[in-house]
Ligand binder design. Structure first.
Ligand SMILES: *Cc1c(COP(=O)(O)O)cnc(C)c1O
Length: 391
C-alpha cells in the first residue's frame, strides 16, 4: 500500500468495544490473578504487560506503526529523541568504541556524546560524509559506529548515505541514522543499509508541539536489546505521549506533502530577497547537495529552510521582532511555521570553531515551515525583512 494509505490505516482493529480511537492505557502497572501468571510473563513464555517502564500497549501500538513506516522489523519508543539516540548508540555499541559523528549534526547529539558518552570511554571523532576518502579513513582502525542525519540539522546537508553506509559496512562499522528532518515520508534509511534509525517524534511525526518522545527502529534482535536497555535505564515514555504521537502521525503524509511544498516556495521566494545572503534548502538547485537529495529523497526535500541574512545577527534580531505570524520557537515540526537560531539554541553545544566549520553563525536562522497558505508566510517574512523587495 502507498505511504499515504499506510499512515492513515488503523493499527489496531480489535480494540475494546470496537473503539475507533484506541484507548489510553494510562497505568503504571497491570494486575495478575496468580503468581504463576507473573512468572510466565516475566520469564517470557507468556505475552502481555506487567509494569509500564518495561512495556505498555500504547508504546507497542506506536512502535509497530513506526516500524511499519520505516520497513523495520521492530521499534522501541523512548521518552525523547535524545533517549532514542542514546538507546540506539548503546544497542549498536554496549561498550566504548569510537563515535564517528557527521560534521553536520544536531547539537544535542554532540552534547550527548560529549557529556555522557565521552566520560564513559567512547571517543567522538568528526567525519566529513561528503569526502569518501575521509569516511574510509575514519572507518578503518579501532571499532567504531557512525552517526549521521538523513537531512542535516540545520543546513539541510544530504550526504550520499547509501555510499557512506557501504563504506562503513566494509569496515564493519554499524551506522545509525537520525531521520527526524526527513521523516519516512521523504527517506527510508534502512533501505540504504542503515543498521538503526532514530527519530525525535517530538518534531514532525508528533507534529503538534505537544509532546516529547523518540523512537529507535531496526532488526528484531537489536530492538529486543534496545527494549531491555530502555526499561533498565528508565528511558521509557508516558503512555499519553505515545497515544498523542500516534494520533498526530495519522496526518504525517498530508502534513509533510504540504509543508515541503511550502518550504520550496518559501525558499525560492527568500532566495531573491536582497536582505538574504543565502538560502539553504536541498530542494533548491543552489544547494550543494541538490543532486544527492534528488537521488535519495522521495516526494520533496522536507520542511526545513535555513537562511543567512546579509545584515548578520542584528538583522536576524530585528526580523524576529517584526514577524507577525511566525514565532521564534526553539524546536521544529509544528503545523505552524516557526523559526529558531541554531548558534544560540540547537547548536549551542558546538564551539564557535565547530559552528564555523559547518557554516553556522549569527546570521543563520532555521525555519520550520508549516502547512499554512504559503503566501501568508512569505508576506510575513517580506514584511519583517523590509518592504523594498516585496514581490
Ligand atoms: C530535536 C532533535 C533531536 C532530539 O530530540 P528530543 O525529542 O528533543 O530529545 C534529535 N535529533 C534531531 C535531528 C532533532 O531535531
Amino acid at each position: 500500500m502507498d505511504f499515504n494509505t499506510r499512515v492513515v490505516a488503523p493499527e489496531e482493529r480489535d480494540t475494546p468495544d470496537n473503539a475507533v480511537s484506541p484507548p489510553i492505557f494510562q497505568t503504571s502497572a497491570f494486575a495478575f490473578h496468580d503468581v504463576d501468571a507473573v512468572d510466565q510473563l516475566l520469564g517470557g513464555s507468556q505475552g502481555g504487560y506487567s509494569y509500564t517502564r518495561g512495556g505498555n500497549p500504547n508504546f507497542d501500538a506506536l512502535a509497530r506503526f513506526i516500524a511499519g513506516l520505516e520497513h523495520a522489523e521492530a521499534a522501541v519508543v523512548t521518552a525523547s529523541g535524545t533517549g532514542a539516540l542514546l538507546a540506539g548508540i548503546l544497542t549498536l555499541a554496549p561498550s566504548p568504541v569510537r563515535l564517528l559523528v557527521s560534521r553536520e549534526i544536531y547539537g544535542g547529539t554532540v552534547g550527548l556524546s560529549r557529556r555522557l558518552l565521552t566520560p564513559l570511554g567512547y571517543r567522538m571523532e568528526w567525519v566529513d560524509l561528503h569526502d569518501p576518502a575521509a569516511v574510509a579513513a575514519a572507518c578503518a582502525g579501532p571499532p567504531a559506529i557512525l552517526l549521521a542525519e538523513s537531512i542535516s540539522n540545520p543546513l539541510g546537508r544530504v550526504a550520499p548515505l547509501d555510499e557512506v553506509i557501504r563504506t562503513a559496512h566494509a569496515a564493519s562499522v554499524p551506522v545509525m541514522i537520525d531521520n527526524t528532518f526527513a521523516t519516512p515520508f521523504h527517506a527510508e534509511p534502512l533501505a540504504w543499509g542503515a543498521d538503526v534509525v532514530v527519530h525525535s517524534l517530538t518534531k514532525f511525526i508528533g507534529g503538534h508541539s505537544d509532546l516529547i518522545l523518540g523512537v529507535v527502529a531496526g532488526s528484531r534482535d537489536r530492538m529486543a536489546a534496545a527494549r531491555a536497555l530502555v526499561a533498565s535505564a528508565g528511558l521509557t515514555p508516558d503512555p499519553f505521549a505515545t497515544w498523542l504521537a500516534l494520533r498526530g502521525a495519522r496526518t504525517l503524509a498530508i502534513r509533510m506533502e504540504r509543508a515541503s511544498a511550502n518550504a520550496l516556495a518559501l525558499a525560492t521566494a527568500l532566495e531573491v530577497h536582497p536582505a538574504v545572503h543565502r538560502v539553504y534548502y536541498p530542494g533548491l538547485a543552489s544547494h550543494p547537495d541538490h543532486a544527492v537529495a534528488q537521488r535519495l529523497l522521495a516526494r520533496g526535500s522536507g520542511a526545513i529552510v535555513s537562511v543567512a541574512l546579509a545584515g548578520g545577527y542584528d538583522a536576524v534580531q530585528s526580523m524576529v521582532r517584526r514577524l507577525q505570524l511566525v514565532r521564534f520557537v526553539p524546536s521544529l515540526g509544528d503545523v505552524a511555521t516557526t523559526l529558531s537560531h541554531p548558534k544560540v539554541a540547537s547548536h549551542r553545544e558546538l564551539s564557535p570553531d565547530e559552528q564555523e566549520a559547518v557554516g553556522i553563525d549569527g546570521r543563520v536562522v532555521r525555519i520550520s515551515v508549516g502547512i499554512e497558505q504559503v503566501a501568508d508566510v512569505i508576506d510575513d517574512f517580506y514584511g519583517a525583512l523590509g518592504k523594498e523587495a516585496a514581490s
